[in-house]
Design a protein around this ligand. Sequence first.
Ligand code: SAH
Length: 384
Amino acid sequence: MGSLRVLELYSGIGGMHYALKESGVPAQVVAAVDINTTANQIYRHNFPDTPLWPKTIEGITLDDFNKLSFDMILMSPPCQPFTRIGLQGDVADPRTKSFLYILDLLPRLARLPHYILLENVKGFETSSARECLVKTLKDCGYTFQEIMVSPSSVGIPNSRLRYFLIAKASPGSFSFQTSSEILDSFPRPAENTSDSQKPTVSDPFCPSTCQQEENAEESRVLYKLETMKDAQRKSNQNSNLSVQQIQDFLELRTEVARYLLPPKVLLRYGVLMDIVRPTCRRSVCFTKAYGHYVEGTGSVLQSCMETELESVFKALDQQSEEEKLQQLLKLKLRYFTPREIANLMGFPQSFAFPEQISTKQQYRVLGNSLNVVVVTRLIQLLVS
Ligand code: SAH
C-alpha cells in the first residue's frame, strides 16, 4: 500500500495526527485545518512540516479540496452543539455549519476519500447532525460503523466516553461484521463474533451510564456527598486489573506546590471534587475548564498517602472553617499537570507545548482533544 493522503479537519493540537502516526499506517497529512490560533501554534510546534491552514472550513472551496486529492478524512467537529451544557443547538447551532458544509461537499468531490473517521461527544448519536452524516454516507455508498468507547477499554485509567464513526468507501469491507447498532466496545475480527458476548457496560467510569434504580441503602450518603453506590462503582473500577494505575501516568518530578489546590477552593469545593490516589485505576474526564473551575472538570490527585480520605471528610461536619481547612490541607490535593493529562490522553512524550502557551491554555486545548490510543485502535480497524 502506498502512503495515504490524509485531510485532518478541526485539527486542534493534532490528536488525530498522533493517532495516525501511532497506527503504523503509511500516511501523510496533506492539510490540517483549524481556526484556533493557540491550537495552531501548538500544532505547528509539533508538526512543523505539515501544511496547516488557519482558516474556516466553510471558506475552503470544492476546488481547493479536490486539489488535495486525499484518501482519508480525520475529523472532530465542534462538540458544543451536542453537549448538555452546550444547550444542544444541534444543526441550528452556527458551530455546526462547517460540518454541514463538509457533508454537502462530500458527494461532489472528484474522488471520494476511501476512509473517514469522525469523533464527537456522547450526545452526538441522537442529533440531527448525525442523521445527516449517516444519510450522506449511505447515499455515497460507504460502509460504516458507529462505536462509543472510553479510554478504560484500552487500559487507561480515564473516562472520556466518545462517539466515533469509521467509514469505508465501496468497494471495501471491514475486518469485522458491521452492525447498524452503535457498538459499546471495539469489535472483534469477524471469525470470532459468533461466540463473542455483547458487553453490558459501555463505560464503567462514567456515572451517567449507571441507570439502574437505586435502592434506599445504595443511595445513602456515606461521606463527601458520596453514596454507597458511588463508592461501590469506584471500588469496582479500582479493582479492574486490566486498567493501569494512575501512577504510571504521573511525572516523576512535579513542582507540587504550583499545582496544589488553594484554600478557598478546598473549602468551597472539597466535598464535590473527584479525588484519586496514585494507586487508583480511574479518573473522570478532563475538560477544558480544568485547573480553574473544579466541579465536574476532572479529577484531582491526593498526594499525601498517610491521610485517609474518609477520616478527613467524615470529620468535616462538626468543624470550624479553620479546622476544616487544616483537615483538607493534610491530603495535599493537587491538580494533574498538563503533561500528566497529555499522558492520560495517550500523547507521546515527543508532544510538547511552545514556551509561550500558558498552563490555562494548555488545559483548555487538552480538554478539547481526544484520546490518542483509542483513535489509534480505530484507525487500525478502519484500514485493516
Ligand atoms: N481533535 C482536535 C480537537 C478538535 S476540537 C485535537 O486533537 O485537538 C474542535 C476544533 O475545531 C477546535 O480546535 C476549533 O478551533 C475548530 N473549529 C471549530 N469550528 C471551525 C471551523 N468552522 N473551521 C475550522 N476549524 C474550526
